[in-house]
Design a protein around this ligand. Structure first.
Ligand SMILES: Nc1ncnc2c1ncn2[C@@H]1O[C@H](COP(=O)(O)OP(=O)(O)OP(=O)(O)O)[C@@H](O)[C@H]1O
Length: 946
């Protein structure tokens, strides 16, 4: 029985109404509609699709009851929707065997379906794009269902054109027989990807492009999507292709494993030249069988029918497209048919190829903006609702930002024990580190986590973790904070970490554990945390097994290697050891650098260190921490980073956005105060080393603790650059030569002498020590006067000497008679007296220098010590009778003396000393001690001039 055309159309219309009502059910309705069409065609003409010419009215659209006239209101093609595309489609004619054009009903069907698809996928293309971009991008609420997407335009000679659509996602895949070296195919792939990502909700779809044949060039026009975090940088080599397919496989496995829970993003794998390798074909084919739950969709171009060794791997739920002489033939999609003969759409298709650059730019910008909007997170998003609830037994984890809308967490654990961070100046390194550190310090208590924070550059990176005058709060996890650190201080921190490794190794051994996690799993927390009884089998005290994980951050670590000297050698050895052993002992390194050369310096020195740093984080300009072939970080915007946990190899990058901690100072301060309030009462402040800070003896805790009655007085001269910043001092015992010589033209010499004099004075009861003070150089008068005043205020007798009187006193002191416990000769500018001292007494045949040398040797045994400042090493050497007598002044504080000159004087050729402002070298010949000092200076001293 024949069905009247009007009835068929009525059915069709109601089917479409339903389809339009719910895009969720679009495919079901497509099926319904198709059936209706087939039926109507079959009943109307009995000829079906294979021979539409036989269908009444179908061959002549104009006669087809409204449907046939595209311009007719309410039906047909909307003006401007289908572009009048020039190009191959204009020459299209029917597929061989197809006698007549595709029925208009089908054309209408597909047109209507594109109406549905338009809701699903923005329908812009070619010239129409600009017009449509005035509308907001149509978005999908989900991509969980199959999406009907337009790939081109079916053209029927003499009968107009209609959109050619295929189902994609939802378990549907697309395969083309021609690869993307064909510009037509390349254009279609780009257009398809752009339509899909534009429509998909942010974060619901990620695109992986494999493009070996064009070295990643096919998707160059869409590279903005990489930065938007929607598309991974194209895999352009065999190795990268393998990694991309690994990722797709893992994604499918994970999705299948979590299928019951539902959700999760989709991965669109676009293989631009699939036929490059049989292995890749097999893996792609496997994915087409995996079903919708795998949440991977394959679009593969260049799929060969046969391979040299046999058939191409069997494909699953794919729509095939063949390219023949500039025409595309679209096969039947899985589960339904586009034509009655089972051979697909019976009309050739001109693929969508044109994506005008300005339009692409605008779409990409809009997508980026949307992703940015939807993925923007603030500093507080990194902070857990409840503080200090995590255990660090298995490792440390913290949120650092988002990839699209998906939160990204990074870990310090067995897989990624240490991190390497790169980024040019101003790339946000400090902000990123603050994000990480606050994230950690809010998740883990100080029993679970300790921090060592070291910064070598000028700036204030870590200052906020330390108490200041304006804000006394601090982060109780921080044990040591170095700001504008010296290399020496850096090495001191590394030494301390090595000591901690050795301590932990011993505890582990005693407890028969091979690593920290094992020990802590076997030991109740209150014991390992230092709050309970002794360890299980060791009998060791709780302090002994207190083992929070330690994160040591070294910003601008390349400074350690900026010279090729003994210190750099030690730093390399220490870093290597820490990197190698840290994993087992819960000690994790974060090395950050702004220059590639910093990284290369270390590579050059020792290749193996960076093998221990699988996690690479590249901020803008930080490609140096990635593989040499991976320049993904070059075009990054501020606030984004490439995170790569495969040692930086290309293809394993994730673009992550992180919040700007600097932008929300109030929130940051509030978090810090919350952490501070939670600390155990009496928790120690971090030891803060600020490279620029000067030190005064009056503020020194050791100085304040000095009282009379010490057996051997100590002369305090500065603060050592060790982690505790211990006080630098010389013990003045009876050994010949126990005198303090301060050397250098710097006026800081006078300040150091002051510190030495007032500190020894505190160790004698008033009146039991006498001080002979000789201010011999004008530049030191002020300090000398202060010294005299301070000594007198302490109740000690003080005699002020000029050069001739100094000579007299030396004559007396050369044969000491006693009377006082100690006599201190404090000479500001010993060298200024050398003219007077070198004169020989005509009667005694002795010069002042002879007496000086006698005092230097014999004085200490009689309680006489010289505290002297020489304004040059040569002058000191001359006064004491040459380098062979150098033990006669065995305690030196060296200021601005060239390292080489000092090395020669001390007989240490490889001495790594560079004079710099606000620093001195403490040399104790008797104790074989050479350490860098921040010398004590008078308040208000401008040290830069030193
Ligand atoms: N995620 C972000 N979003 C927006 N702006 C950011 C972000 N991170 C950092 N910035 C901004 O970038 C600027 C530089 O950041 P930061 O001080 O962290 O850089 P840096 O790499 O440490 O620089 P330098 O090495 O010169 O100290 C700051 O003004 C900061 O506000």
């Amino acid at each position: 029985m024949r069905m009247p055309l009007g009835v068929a159309v009525g059915r069709l219309a109601s089917a479409f109404q339903r389809a339009l009502a719910s895009h969720q059910n679009a495919l079901a309705h497509l099926e319904l509609a198709r059936t209706a069409v087939s039926r109507s065609i079959a009943t109307a003409g009995g000829a079906g699709l294979a021979n539409p010419a036989g269908g009444a009215g179908l061959a002549n659209p104009a006669g087809g009851a409204g449907l046939a006239n595209p311009a007719a209101p309410g039906g047909g093609l909307r003006p401007g929707v289908i572009p009048a595309q020039a190009g191959p489609a204009d020459q299209l004619d029917g597929r061989p065997g197809v006698q007549a054009p595709v029925p208009m009903m089908l054309r209408e069907l597909v047109e209507q379906l594109d109406g549905v698809g338009r809701k699903l996928v923005p329908g812009w293309l070619g010239e129409e794009l600009s017009a449509l971009l005035d509308e907001p991008l149509a978005g999908l609420s989900t991509v969980d269902d199959p999406v009907i997407v337009r790939i081109g335009e079916a053209r029927v000679p003499g009968a107009g054109a209609f959109p050619a659509v295929v189902p994609i996602l939802g378990g549907n895949h697309l395969v083309l027989d021609t690869d993307a070296r064909d510009p037509w195919v390349a254009g279609m792939l780009r257009s398809l990807v752009l339509r899909l990502v534009a429509a998909a909700p942010a974060g619901s779809l990620r695109v992986l492009v494999i493009d070996q044949a064009a070295l990643g060039g096919t998707f160059l026009p869409l590279r903005g999507l990489v930065e938007a975090g929607v598309m991974a940088p194209p895999a352009a080599s065999e190795e990268q292709a393998r990694q991309a397919l690994d990722e797709a496989g893992t994604h499918a496995q994970r999705s299948l494993a979590g299928a019951a829970a539902g959700g999760g993003p989709w991965l669109l794998v676009v293989a631009c030249s699939a036929g490059e390798s049989r292995a890749d074909l097999t893996r792609l084919a496997t994915l087409t069988h995996a079903g919708a739950a795998a949440r991977v969709c394959v679009v593969a171009a260049g799929w060969p029918e046969v391979l040299p060794g046999g058939e191409s791997p069997a494909l699953g739920a794919v729509t095939r497209v063949q390219i023949e002489g500039g025409r595309a033939w679209v096969g039947d999609p899985p589960r339904w048919r586009l034509g009655a003969d089972g051979r697909g759409l019976a009309a050739p298709v001109a693929l969508d190829t044109r994506l005008p650059a300005p339009v692409v730019a605008r779409v990409v910008a809009e997508i980026s903006e949307r992703v940015r909007r939807e993925s923007t997170l603030s500093f507080t998003d990194l902070i857990p609702p409840r503080l200090w609830e995590e255990s660090s037994v298995e490792g440390l984890r913290t949120a650092i930002g988002r990839a699209g809308p998906a939160p990204v967490e990074l870990a310090f654990d067995d897989a990624t024990p240490h991190w390497l961070i790169g980024g040019r100046t101003g790339a946000g390194k400090t902000v990123f580190l603050l994000d990480v550190l606050y994230g950690l310090a809010t998740r883990y208590s100080p029993d679970e986590l300790a921090l060592y924070l070291l910064d070598f550059k000028e700036g204030i990176s870590f200052t906020e973790f330390t108490p200041t005058v304006r804000d006394p709060s601090f982060i109780p996890h921080a044990r040591a904070v170095g700001i504008e650190s010296d290399r020496e201080y850096g090495v001191a921190v590394l030494r301390e970490l090595r000591r901690e490794i050795n301590r932990r190794a011993a505890v582990l051994k005693r407890n028969a554990a091979t690593n920290l996690a094992e020990l802590r799993r076997a030991t109740p927390d209150d014991e390992t945390m230092g709050m309970g009884g002794p360890g299980p089998s060791s009998g060791s005290g709780p302090e002994d097994i207190a083992m929070p994980r330690i994160v040591a951050v070294i910003d601008e670590f390349q400074v350690l290697f900026e010279r090729s000297d003994r210190l750099a050698g030690e730093a390399t050895a220490l870093l290597e050891e820490l990197a190698r052993k840290g994993r087992s002992y819960g000690i994790h390194l974060v090395l950050a650098s702004q220059t590639v050369s910093g990284v290369e310096a270390l590579y050059g020195k020792n290749d193996s260190i960076f093998g221990q740093f699988p996690l690479r984080i590249a901020l803008p300009g930080g490609s140096g921490v990635l593989d040499t072939l991976n320049n993904a970080a070059d075009g990054l915007r501020l606030g984004s980073a490439i995170v790569n946990s495969s040692g930086g190899v290309a293809g394993a990058d994730t673009v992550v956005r992180f919040p700007d901690a600097h932008a929300d100072r109030g929130a940051v301060a509030e978090v810090r105060h919350r952490i501070f309030e939670l600390r155990t009462p009496g928790a120690p402040e971090p030891a803060v080393f600020a490279g620029y800070a000067t030190r005064q003896v009056e503020d020194d805790p050791t100085f304040r603790g000095l009282t009379p009655g010490r057996r051997r007085p100590v002369a305090l001269v500065g603060r050592v650059l060790d982690v505790a910043q211990s006080t630098g001092y010389f013990a003045l015992d009876a050994t010949p030569g126990r005198h303090v010589g301060v050397v250098g033209t710097s006026v800081l010499g006078a300040d150091v002498l002051h510190a030495a004099a007032v500190s020894v004075a505190r160790q004698h009861a008033p009146g039991t020590a006498r001080f002979l003070v000789a201010p011999l150089v004008a530049g030191a008068d002020e300090v000398a006067d202060e010294t005299v005043a301070a000594l007198r205020a302490a109740g000690h007798p003080v005699t002020v000497l000029d050069a001739p009187r100094l000579r007299e006193e030396l004559r007396v002191l050369a044969e000491p008679a006693g009377g006082y416990d100690r006599t201190y000769l404090v000479v500001f500018g010993v060298d200024a007296a050398s003219g007077v001292l070198s004169v020989r007494d005509p009667e005694l045949f002795r010069s002042g220098l002879d007496d000086l040398r006698a005092v230097l040797r014999g004085g200490p045994a009689a309680g006489v010590h010289l505290l002297g400042w020489w304004r040059g090493l040569r002058r000191l050497s001359d006064d004491i009778g040459g380098t062979s007598n150098r033990e006669d002044v065995s305690c030196l504080v060296v200021l601005n003396v060239p390292g080489q000159e000092l090395g020669l004087y001390l007989g240490e050729i490889d001495l790594a000393y560079q004079p710099r402002s606000n620093r001195a070298l403490l040399v104790d010949r008797d104790e074989q001690r050479t350490v860098l000092l921040v010398p004590f200076v008078r308040p208000g001293r401008v040290v830069e001039e030193a």
